[in-house]
Design a protein around this ligand. Structure first.
Ligand code: AMP
Length: 377
């Protein structure tokens, strides 16, 4: 039990029992084939432990956004095939979202889901920020526990809020500041400093009076960014920028357009698309001196090799620092993988939205449901 969160051992003897496991098998698919099976492999410690205890195990998950029960493109068939290779003893239900009751948190759907099962395990961290039937329903009726993956995510991410090794540095990047403002505000309560790169840096730079040219800008967020900059915590912003000149196109070097390193002011017609080398060096130093690092979001348009240098530098520093390092899902996890450093990170979160919401709120509907279930006994 971590902080009231029941774990697998708390379920008691499981031999002969039927266990329903909510997993996050929402894997990326291309032409009906799985392009990355990480989410399936991430559930194996839980599934294999349950099988080892002699339980009969049924897994269930959503996949994509099906248009209805006949949407073959969202069928679980490719996942079932891969799971049969990795954990042949486990049965897998069809896509939970084929039934409207899943997202609508319909009690009748929950009742159908738990029928015939003795226990429930939630190991779907990436879906636990949603109050959907399969996440919050079963713990009301069945003895319930967090799976290995969910328990580890909760321990690491809640640990960041409670007693991080200092200095604690958060590196924030990615496209939109509005998406991450809540997290930044919450983080400012616990971190020692924040490092801001990526498209979101330009709204902060604008708040300092810099020109941003054609860079990403959220004008209605400038006042909020100014307020944050006036607060007590250090917010590191880019001091130099890699910019793409007029006529240039992202992902299309053949279109022309000059690429140039400039200061913190972006001229008209130019677009800031990566942090510059000076900034990358400053950010690297901050990361190397940290006790704890949380990284969420790329420093530039890293999918275009012309603008990957800043993100690569941060990824390398995150891999090299002696700090406890956490990468918060989605694009930064993809970047860490692209630059071959994902193995050098202490914890790569499997949930993008869920990890940010847990850090911001300190709780998730799925975790609360398990704790309530344990309290009821
Ligand atoms: P997010 O989903 O908010 O983490 O944003 C990730 C995306 O932000 C990536 O696809 C990057 O290409 C993009 N991005 C990062 N820096 C910039 C920038 N300076 N201008 C435009 N897009 C950016």
């Amino acid at each position: 039990m971590i902080d009231g969160l029941p774990e697998l051992e708390d379920l008691g003897p499981l031999a002969g029992k039927s266990v329903l496991v909510r997993t996050d098998f929402n894997v990326p698919l291309k032409d009906g084939r799985i392009t990355d099976d990480l989410r399936i492999r991430a559930a194996l410690p839980t599934l294999q432990w349950l099988v080892g205890q002699g339980a009969r195990v049924t897994a269930c998950s959503h996949l994509g956004r099906p248009k209805g029960p006949d949407d073959a493109s969202a069928s679980m068939a490719p996942v079932r095939e891969r799971l049969a290779q990795l954990a042949p003893e486990v049965t897998l239900l069809e896509n939970l979202r084929f039934d409207k009751g899943e997202e609508g948190n319909d009690p009748a759907f929950t009742a159908r889901l738990i029928e015939g099962h003795d226990c429930y395990v939630n190991d779907a961290f990436g879906a636990s920020h949603r109050a959907h039937a399969s996440i919050v329903g079963p713990p009301r009726f069945l003895p319930s526990a967090a799976g290995r993956l969910l328990a580890r995510e909760a321990e690491v991410l809640l640990g960041l809020r409670k007693n991080p090794r200092r200095p604690f540095v958060a590196i924030m990047g990615g496209a939109k500041v509005s998406d991450k403002l809540g997290v930044i505000e919450a983080l400012l309560q616990v971190v020692d400093s924040i490092v801001v790169g990526g498209g979101m840096a330009f709204t902060f730079l604008a708040a300092q009076g810099h020109r941003v040219g054609s860079s990403l800008l959220e004008a209605d967020m400038i006042d909020t960014c100014r307020r944050l900059l006036e607060g007590p915590k250090t917010i590191h912003l880019p001091e130099d920028i890699t910019a793409l000149g007029p006529g240039g196109k992202l992902f299309d070097p053949a279109a022309g357009g000059e690429v140039r390193q400039i200061g913190a002011d972006v001229p008209d017609g130019w677009m800031g698309v990566d942090i510059g080398p000076g900034t990358a060096a400053v950010f690297t130093d901050v990361i190397l001196d940290a006790g704890t690092v949380l990284w969420n979001g790329p420093m530039g348009v890293f999918e275009d090799p012309r603008f990957e240098a800043g993100t690569r530098a941060v990824a390398t520093a995150v891999a090299e620092t002696r700090a406890f390092t956490v990468v918060g899902g989605g694009d930064s996890a993809a970047a860490a993988k692209q630059f071959g450093v994902d193995g050098d990170v202490d914890h790569v979160s499997t949930g993008g939205g869920a990890s940010l919401e847990l850090i911001e709120q300190g709780d998730l509907p799925g975790l609360a449901a398990l704790r309530d279930s344990a309290r009821r006994g």
